[in-house]
Design a binder for this molecule. Structure first.
Ligand code: GRG
Length: 289
């Protein structure tokens, strides 16, 4: 994990516009949002799925960077007063607190197209048609049928009681879509998977995406602000429906364990090549931050 995290720091630094060039303040805000923090779960998934498909790591690092730029932009916008209104992210002031709201808005606005720009500037597939499909996968995962749509459902759910299937639908879009895209795009950099194997990988990604969110809800209740590097206890304070508010802590933990088992089952036919994907499912469920 450390090797991929360090590699991503270098890759992202290289792909971001230099902070000394005009407009410097916007570029500094983009660096602030992307570099120097974060677990890099999505890049880790891309690299692990890339291993499964014998993908060239030099390709995987590009798709991983594109996904991480979308993720970073979503966190910047999510933290703004018009959405979640938070002041702490990755143990530091949020982007709009460190800079200002307009700059944070623009940093997110600029990171989003940069993700697609780098996918047009680097070869990540064997033919242009396959590469175009990969751009489409990231676009759908980020848009109104993916992460942004999930965020809209989230904002509309505050103060409401959701059923478990409704909550699941929200998270499949808000958090799950980008996690799934990370795994799929990592594998698409290679050419080792047939349609059935892709189906299993997608099932794995859907399962770990949900597990990620269940654990996020549990940690929001159980962990401290210092450990998380973001404000703990916000879900309850903001009356957000979560796995913990619907199931309670114990059943939410049980659900996370069941999803971990499902993720492992989805990989059962892959053998040693899926070792890192298995380890990541374990990390996502057992993490403490
Ligand atoms: C603004 C369009 C738009 C979308 C925002 C992902 C998201 C949608 C908001 C983040 C809110 C949130 C706390 C969601 C819970 C799960 C989640 C995505 C947590 C943050 O991701 P991590 O834990 O963050 O991977 P790091 O800092 O490790 O990169």
């Amino acid at each position: 994990m450390g090797a991929v995290q360090a590699r991503m720091e270098t890759v992202l630094q290289r792909l971001l516009p230099r902070s000394e060039i005009v407009p410097e303040r916007l570029h500094r805000a983009m660096h602030y949002a992307v570099l120097g923090g974060g677990k890099r779960v999505r890049p880790l998934l891309a690299f692990a799925a890339g291993e499964l498909a014998d993908a060239d790591p030099a390709r995987v690092e590009i798709v991983a960077a594109a996904v991480e730029m979308i993720h970073a932009y979503s966190l910047v916008h999510d933290d703004m007063p018009c959405m979640d209104n938070d002041v702490l992210r990755r143990g530091r002031p949020t982007c709009h607190v460190e800079f200002d709201q307009a700059t944070a808005l623009l940093a997110g606005d600029a990171l989003q197209p940069l993700a697609f720009q780098i996918l047009t500037e680097h070869v990540v597939a064997d033919d242009p048609g396959a590469q175009l499909e990969m751009l489409g996968i990231l676009a759908v995962a980020s848009g109104s049928r993916g992460m942004a749509g999930g965020q809209a459902i989230d904002l509309a759910s505050v103060g409401k009681t959701l059923t478990l299937p409704e909550l699941e639908l929200m998270h499949i879009h808000k958090t799950g879509a980008l996690i799934r895209a990370a795994a799929v795009l990592g594998a698409r950099c290679g050419r080792g998977l047939d349609a059935r194997q892709f189906g299993r990988l997608e099932h794995y990604a859907k399962t770990v995406g949900l597990a990620f969110q269940v654990v996020d809800d549990v940690l929001d209740c159980e962990a401290s602000t210092a450990t998380l590097g973001k404000t703990a206890g916000k879900d309850a304070a903001q009356e957000k429906p979560t796995y913990v508010s619907i199931l309670g802590l114990t059943r939410a933990r049980v659900l996370a364990g069941e999803l971990r088992a499902q993720a492992h089952a989805a990989l059962s036919t892959f053998g040693a090549k899926a070792a890192r994907l298995r380890e990541l499912a374990d990390f996502i469920v057992l993490r403490k931050f």
